[in-house]
Structure formats: structure tokens, C-alpha cells
Design a protein around this ligand. Structure first.
Ligand code: KG4
Length: 338
């Protein structure tokens, strides 16, 4: 079964064709990051307009690069939540038109379920159940994945997502958007004990997280140094920040895996590209005898192959949408109501 996946929830427009859920035939991505960089973050209206400009061409190219004709497409899978509402609507409406024109089923996909599914593309042997930490620009959650479409949130951030916190910390350090990779580069060689930064804990909710205090601490550290005219140890601050994020994410995920008796730990989403977090997970899983799966870098960030992959499993479980499909800015991964 060939599924055309469409992704437009933020600032990447993407289209991909995946066969039988696991075989990527094409994976086209148009990143708008440069267009938003001068604003220091994604401008929703600009994102929506650029999606409209490229989405049709990108879908054509995805089908062509897969070596297929449009008539070979058996279903369309599209990200319908969560994300920027205007951006999502571009993908959803294009997908509705395409499904109608090709007379094939339309399958709505939850974006974070898609991020988790990126691991099925990278690791053919991976199957649920497993414990997953999903860390992206808009979402941070520890998810118990019981089946391909059966999952529940065990813990999540109470405020900022981990990626958002990376982007804000990077911005105050004078780094370009998106800030995750530049901050990681700055941290290299920096002393991760140079600054004491807060690690928030939420009473009675051992798996929940909070990143806003950490973000404020980085902002205050930078501003205090500037006000006093002191030279800031930027590499040390970046390294200390990464350590604080990792020490928030990794132990909670490992505790949840232990408590739920999950032997397999999976990491997903754009922040899963982070070297420090990857290394800390590798060490923790080796210590505790758990198998670890983290996607290769090209499948960590937003892409449409992951949407087509998850779309396949949603399709198998009977999920279909009609021409009344809407997009939703927010939706819990375990309470999907398309
Ligand atoms: O998954 P993604 O592409 O988009 C969303 O679904 O949100 O994630 C984007 C986020 C951005 O916040 C970006 O700064 C972060 O992933 N990111 C990283 C790294 N590469 C991307 N964060 C930390 N370290 C990285 N190497």
C-alpha cells in the first residue's frame, strides 16, 4: 500500500511516499527556517503563506521521486494536529482535495504520533510496546506506547517544550533560529558545571517537567553579566543548560520505563538530535540493560515520511476522515478525536 504523507504543522512543508508503512520511497522537505530566522522564531502567517506556495509542487515531486504515478497512491495521510492552526489548515485542505481527486481514503495523523513513528522507519525490528520520550519544538511528553495507535501520556511539560527552551536560550545567547543545533555547537568544549541552573520537580507528579524556570535562569544569567559588564562564559552556560535539560529528561524517562516494566526506550522529535541527550540516554540504557532506539538525524525533525508511516497504522486500525476534517492547534496524543 502506497501512502502519500503530507506535513505542514510548523515551518517545514513536507511530502513523502511510504510503502506498507515502513519503506520510504521518497521524502521531500522544504524548510522555511531561513525565512523565519530574522524574526528569531516562526511567524505563523508567513509559515502558512509559504506552505501554500510549495505544497502542490512538493507532493508532485514526492510521487515522481517514488517512481510512481498519482494513480499508484492508495491513501493520503496528513498531519491534522497539533501545530500552528493556519499552517495545519494548508496541509489538511490540500490533502482533502488530493484525496477527493484521486478517490482514495484520507487519514488524519497526530503530529507527535508521527515523530514516534519515525523510529519504525529507521528500525524495521521495532514494534510496540515501548516507552517513548517525544521531544520537539512544541511538545515534550513521556508516552507509554502499548500499540501503534494505543498510547498514553505518563508525564509531560507543564509549560515550555524542551525545543522551545533550547530556542529561547539560544536566542538570548545571540545564536540563530532554530537554536538547538547552534547551542549544541557552542556547548562543545564548554564546562557543563560552570553554572548552577535549576532542575524543576513537580510535587506528586514524578514524570512531569517544567522548563520555564530554566529558561528564565539562562536569560537572567546573560542579562546580569551584560549589566555588570562582565564577560560571559557562553560555552559554559550552553553546556550547563544542555546538562540541565538532559538531567530533566533522561532520569524521568528511565524511571517511567522501570516503573512500567518497559525494556525498550525510544526517543523521538527534533530535540532527539541533541548529542548530549543521545549520549546520556545511551549511558543510562547501557547501565540498566534496556534497548535504546533514537532515529538518525534526518528523521528527528519534521518530515512527511513519519506521517505516512503512522498514517499506515492509523489506516489499519480503521481511522478515516471525510471532507469535513478540521485541523486542531492542540490535541493530546492519547485522546485523538479526528
Ligand atoms: O520536531 P521538530 O523539527 O519540530 C516540531 O515538531 O516542533 O523540532 C524542532 C526543535 C527546535 O526547537 C530545534 O531547536 C530543536 O528541535 N533541535 C535541537 C537540535 N536540533 C533541532 N535541539 C537540541 N539539539 C539539537 N541538535
Amino acid at each position: 500500500m502506497n501512502i502519500l504523507g503530507i506535513e505542514s504543522s510548523c515551518d517545514e512543508t513536507a511530502a513523502a511516499v511510504v510503502r506498507d508503512g515502513r519503506e520510504v520511497l521518497s521524502n521531500e522537505i522544504f524548510s522555511q527556517a531561513d525565512m523565519h530566522a530574522i524574526y528569531g522564531g516562526v511567524v505563523p502567517e508567513i509559515a502558512s503563506r509559504n506552505h501554500i506556495t510549495v505544497i502542490s509542487r512538493l507532493c508532485d515531486e514526492a510521487v515522481k521521486k517514488a517512481g510512481l504515478n498519482k494513480s499508484d497512491i492508495d491513501a493520503i495521510a496528513v498531519t491534522a494536529a497539533p501545530g500552528l492552526i493556519g499552517a495545519l489548515l494548508v496541509g489538511v485542505n490540500f490533502a482533502k482535495g488530493a484525496a477527493m481527486a484521486l478517490d482514495v481514503p484520507l487519514v488524519p495523523v497526530h503530529h507527535v504520533r508521527g515523530h514516534i513513528a519515525a523510529n519504525y522507519l529507521a528500525f524495521p525490528e521495532l514494534e510496540p510496546p515501548f516507552l517513548c520520550l517525544a521531544i520537539s519544538g512544541g511538545n515534550t511528553a513521556i508516552v507509554d506506547v502499548r500499540g501503534y495507535t494505543d498510547m498514553s501520556i505518563i508525564g509531560s511539560t507543564r509549560d515550555d517544550a524542551a525545543g522551545e527552551c533550547f530556542d529561547k536560550a539560544a536566542r538570548v545567547l545571540g545564536l540563530p533560529y532554530p537554536g538547538g543545533l547552534p547551542l549544541q555547537n557552542l556547548a562543545e568544549g564548554g564546562d557543563d558545571t560552570a553554572f548552577r541552573l535549576p532542575h524543576a520537580k513537580i510535587d506528586g507528579h514524578p514524570y512531569d517537567m517544567s522548563f520555564s524556570g530554566l529558561k528564565t535562569a539562562v536569560v537572567n544569567t546573560v542579562h546580569n553579566a551584560a549589566q555588570k559588564g562582565e564577560e560571559l562564559n557562553r560555552a559554559g552556560l550552553a553546556a550547563s543548560f544542555q546538562r540541565a535539560v538532559s538531567e530533566t529528561l533522561v532520569p524521568r524517562t528511565m524511571d517511567a520505563a522501570r516503573d512500567l516494566c518497559r525494556d525498550v526506550v525510544v526517543v523521538a522529535g527534533g530535540v532527539a538530535a541533541n548529542k548530549r541527550i543521545r549520549a546520556d540516554f545511551e549511558a543510562a540504557c547501557a547501565r540498566e540493560g534496556k534497548r535504546l532506539f533514537v532515529p538518525p538525524l534526518k528523521l528527528c525533525g519534521d518530515n512527511a515520511a513519519m506521517i505516512a508511516c503512522q498514517g499506515y497504522y492509523e489506516y489499519l486500525s480503521g481511522v478515516r476522515a471525510g471532507q469535513d476534517l478540521n485541523a486542531y492547534a492542540t490535541m493530546d496524543i492519547d485522546r485523538v478525536f479526528f
